[in-house]
Write a protein that binds this ligand. Sequence first.
Ligand SMILES: Cc1cc2nc3c(=O)[nH]c(=O)nc-3n(C[C@H](O)[C@H](O)[C@H](O)COP(=O)(O)O)c2cc1C
Length: 358
Amino acid sequence: MSDLFEPYTLRSLTIPNRVWMAPMCQYSADTTGPDTGAPNDWHFAHLAARASGGTGLILVEATAVSPEGRISPADLGIWNDTQVAAFRRITDFITSQGSIPGIQIAHAGRKASTDLPWQGGAPLGPGAGGWQTLAPSAVPFAETDPLPAELTVDEIQEIVGQFAAAARRAREAGFQVVEVHGAHGYLIGEFLSPHSNHRTDAYGGSFENRARFALEVVDAVRAEWPEDLPVFFRVSATDWLDEGGWTADDTVRLADELLAHGVDLLDVSSGGNAPRVRIPAGPGYQVPFAARVKAETRLPVAAVGLITEPEQAEKIVTNGEADAVLLGRELLRDPSWARRAARELGGTVFVPQQYHRS
Ligand SMILES: Cc1cc2nc3c(=O)[nH]c(=O)nc-3n(C[C@H](O)[C@H](O)[C@H](O)COP(=O)(O)O)c2cc1C
């Protein structure tokens, strides 16, 4: 028996195993015309392969709640009905493979409006297909980046509404899990961290004030999302700054708040809000952050980051460090990782009938 391949139930949703696909931007949507931001054949093939590979839950990449919320012009979006219809084809297929379709909804804040990573990823000015970026404070990510515009309270409320609308559309598109992207120095993470949030109003200063936007988004998403389906939140457990940043203690405190606001699982990542920090990356390097939330709160957690080996993943779940693991790059290398791991660990996974002879 394998703990990794035990089903996991949140609210009334049962996820068939604890091997989940981490959200990964593909930067492959149309950038102009009516299909801007809609998933296409690339997204279908990419997500379908991991679903038929036995992955229990597929979290679709950071999908923007508004055009300004995209990291690049080629990001996926979920702000119109054309996008909803295109996602429907993907969620139907994921479901047909016994997997659960989930989506990460996001606003990139001051890290929006950049070129594709394989074209260098530099900030794109308005003349080059980019747009004015938005942030809690007019402080750029890197000193050389264009200045983001400081959001007014009305604009903050508008973005809360965009997250709510995105959640409603995600449900219409057939998703069964919605994840709010609060990590990696994007808009919600920018509000959380004193490193990027220098506001002096109700959205800045104290922990409560910096967490206000995140919790308003969660409340708005929860209000749109069915009672019987789970909401996830991805956090960066630390900015990896020696001082003046978001810390693991803050993460534990936030986890309690998120639980009280109806979040069902914390997806524990790290970093992304400050350039040039030293990150001690190595196998499972973020697992201790997840394990701490698991030990000190009642909020379920998923661990992510350099989890690549079946035995390693199994131990994380068996030891109670996390309720599930998310795999990113290893699933890019091997879409059938879950099936391979199940064979190694003695678990069972869905195998498409077309592949039974394998
Ligand atoms: C190509 C690529 C795209 C990514 N896009 C996202 C994203 O859209 N949202 C997010 O929260 N993390 C994103 N990440 C981070 C992954 O979700 C994951 O946390 C990270 O890759 C560490 O896990 P791994 O070591 O298993 O790859 C991305 C990572 C990669 C490699």
